[in-house]
Design a protein around this ligand. Structure first.
Ligand SMILES: Cc1cc2nc3c(=O)[nH]c(=O)nc-3n(C[C@H](O)[C@H](O)[C@H](O)COP(=O)(O)OP(=O)(O)OC[C@H]3O[C@@H](n4cnc5c(N)ncnc54)[C@H](O)[C@@H]3O)c2cc1C
Length: 362
């Protein structure tokens, strides 16, 4: 019998299971389908919240800690698996921003370098591919990106390398309790027993009956498109009016993303293709000449303010919730898993965990 079962094999579940395993726990992860096939695969991999200055400190604290953790994590995964998650210092160029002072104050507070750009010559030095009418912006050179499909592949490889128990294609149907204490979980045809269970099931986390009734996580659909380009056509990530482009190392360029309330529907639409294509071309005109190779959708685990649950369940002993990372599960993931592991292990946490409780007031 494992010490702990983690339900859900997205980036949050995998990082949590790995952190618990590394801390000496016997862990088993159960995933309904294939590891890392949902939102964690579908995301953009920007290692910063989009418009981070609009988020609560609880989100920024995790983001800044994650930024410290990612280089080491990626190096460890490369060492264990030979898979490079492509953590790149692409930098983020923010255009059409209005509250410049708010952003600069945020940068000062969190120690994030921000350069105010006020001339086309400066714009051209940073990202010559931007539209010629772009003359102003804010340049955040230290913002990284990670190739999230590679990250989940590397995490899967790490499980194999370290020998972390994991069952794919095993949907958990029920949480098992006795006298308000966790005893395990039940899948369609098998029960798994443990004294501790972590729910890390992304957008599906509120679907485990009465125990999860008070968890407020809803799916928020996001569509993306990917252009087929050559390496070096675009150097930096560019963000304006909620739309962004992300250059991958091999020349692919991602453009995202929509925000849609569509329950658990993941179909892609022509209207989203048009919206994303137009927005991307207005930022970077040469994209009009590149073919779109792919379009997809993922379901973000949405919470009201994007603050995730990283907490014990208030009524069921041994049950923990680790979900609701909304638009920022990749960037927050490393620090969030570190914090969740400390909570599960009843260790001192390096940051105040009170903001991530089920009944936290924000
Ligand atoms: C278009 C888009 C762009 C994004 N861009 C970024 C970005 O640039 N930066 C960033 O930080 N974040 C980004 N995100 C958000 C990020 O992808 C998510 O916050 C993150 O992936 C959530 O991880 P997760 O592990 O909680 O969820 P998921 O990856 O969805 O994983 C949950 C897992 O639980 C499994 N599961 C569900 N129910 C059960 C069950 N009953 N039994 C067993 N398993 C179950 C699912 O199959 C799934 O594999 C983006 C998301 C989208 C959709």
């Amino acid at each position: 019998m494992p010490d702990c079962i983690v339900v859900g094999g997205g980036v949050i579940g995998m990082l949590t299971a790995r952190a618990l395993y590394k801390a000496g726990m016997d862990v088993m992860l159960l995933e309904r389908a294939a590891l890392g096939g949902e939102s964690s695969w579908a995301g953009g991999g920007i290692i910063s919240p989009l418009y981070a200055w609009n988020y609560a400190d609880a989100v920024n604290r995790l983001a800044e800690r994650s930024k410290q953790l990612y280089p080491l994590l990626v190096a460890e995964l490369l060492d264990e698996t030979g898979i490079d998650s492509e953590l790149l210092h692409s930098g983020l160029f923010v255009l059409n921003n209005t509250p410049v002072e708010t952003i600069l104050t945020w940068g000062q507070h969190w120690g994030v370098e921000i350069q105010k750009i006020e001339q086309r010559s400066q714009v051209s030095r940073i990202e010559p591919a931007t539209a010629s009418n772009v003359t102003h912006g804010l340049w955040l050179p230290a913002i990284m990106q990670i190739r999230n499909p590679r990250l989940v592949k590397a995490l899967k490889g790490s499980f194999e390398h370290l020998g972390i128990a994991c069952k794919e294609h095993t949907p958990v149907a029920e949480i098992l309790t006795e006298n308000n204490k966790i005893t395990g979980v039940r899948s369609e045809n098998e029960s798994f027993f443990a004294d501790k269970v972590v729910l890390a099931s992304g957008a599906w986390t509120a679907q485990f009956g009465t125990a999860t009734r008070e968890i407020s996580v809803q799916p928020v659909k996001g569509q993306m498109i990917m252009f087929h380009g050559e390496p070096g056509l675009l150097k930096t990530m560019v963000l304006a009016e909620g739309h962004y482009v992300i250059p991958r190392k091999d020349g692919h360029i991602l453009a995202g993303s929509t925000l849609e309330k569509a329950d658990f529907d993941k179909t892609v639409s022509v209207s989203a293709m048009t919206e994303l294509h137009q927005a991307a071309v207005s930022l970077v005109p040469m994209l009009a000449d590149l073919p779109v190779e792919r379009q997809w959708a993922g379901l973000r685990p949405g919470t009201e303010q994007g603050i995730p649950y990283i907490c014990p369940h208030p009524q069921i002993e041994g049950l923990f919730i680790h979900a609701g990372h909304y638009r920022n599960g990749i960037v927050l993931g490393a620090a969030s898993a570190e914090l969740m592991a400390a909570v599960v292990l009843e260790q001192n946490t390096r940051m105040d965990a009170s903001a991530y409780q089920m009944n936290a007031e924000h």
